[in-house]
Design a protein around this ligand. Structure first.
Ligand SMILES: [Fe+2]
Length: 256
């Protein structure tokens, strides 16, 4: 089986520069300051790059395409609509979880647009999905948490999907404002997992059984992983780094 893993495409509105800040509400106005500081420019081509990833999935004959969250930039309805339309050709092959940007509140209340656009479906056999975001994520604060029953799941031999990466490149810890509560416990309990697929931090790496796709559409750092093997079998996966256009970069193995 071939599995394409990408993350954090951050589809944004093509006309975000023309949007009045008051239309976005005070919290999104804060988040949109980040867009003006440079983030918006990095994602101007995100939608087209997402479409390219979908075409790459066909070119690479991927059986499953996993996105570990942050489909959108500001959690807006129009952004979800664009993301859904771009991903539609994947049909049942798409396996997706929400990220913190997809949970930015709407008028101070939890945002359920993700569920409206991507209704819950059963995961393929051998997969476990964890919610590191919670129902309400405030812009700019990007901490995550893995808690409660999620830590007591049976991870042995499974492919675990979680938005927040448990550590940074080289197992470096997160700075306090990006702390992921429960990350150490998850790493302990999921040490026998076949793979832990994640994103959120915009760094692409794999360390042990942790595979972080970073942001697959960010300008000058586009890319994703292709995993080959049998999800849920606990056996080694062949892992290969790809650039957009289905260009292979490097191959490695993940040992669980
Ligand atoms: Fe995120």
């Amino acid at each position: 089986m071939r599995l394409l893993h990408f993350s954090d495409p951050h589809v944004q509105l093509p006309g975000w520069r023309e949007r009045p800040l008051r239309e976005l509400g005070p919290l999104r106005a804060i988040a949109s300051v980040e867009l003006w500081k440079g983030r918006g420019r990095e994602y101007d081509g995100a939608l087209e790059k997402l479409r390219q990833i979908v075409r790459d999935a066909d070119a690479l004959r991927a059986d499953l395409v996993v996105c570990t969250g942050d489909l959108t930039q500001l959690g807006l309805e129009e952004e979800f609509a664009l993301a859904r339309e771009a991903l539609a050709p994947l049909g049942e092959r798409l396996v997706c979880i929400p990220g913190n940007h997809d949970r930015y509140p709407l008028e101070g209340r939890p945002n359920t647009l993700y569920e409206a656009f991507f209704p819950a479906r059963a995961l393929p056999d051998g997969f476990v999905a964890l919610d590191s975001c919670g129902p309400l994520c405030w812009p700019v604060l990007t901490q995550g948490r893995i808690a409660g029953a999620d830590l007591d799941r049976d991870f042995a031999g499974k492919v675990v999907l979680v938005h927040h990466a448990p550590f940074r490149t080289g197992r470096a810890p997160h700075p306090p404002w990006q702390r992921v509560r429960g990350a150490t416990k998850l790493l302990e309990r999921a040490r026998m997992a076949q793979a832990i697929l994640c994103g959120h931090i915009h760094e692409r790496f794999h360390e042990g059984n942790v595979i972080c796709a970073g942001s697959s559409t960010r300008q000058a750092d586009e890319g994703y992983w292709l995993l080959e093997g049998t999800p849920g079998s606990g056996r080694d996966l062949r892992v290969q780094r790809y650039g957009l256009g289905a260009s292979a970069v490097a191959a490695d193995h993940v040992r669980s």
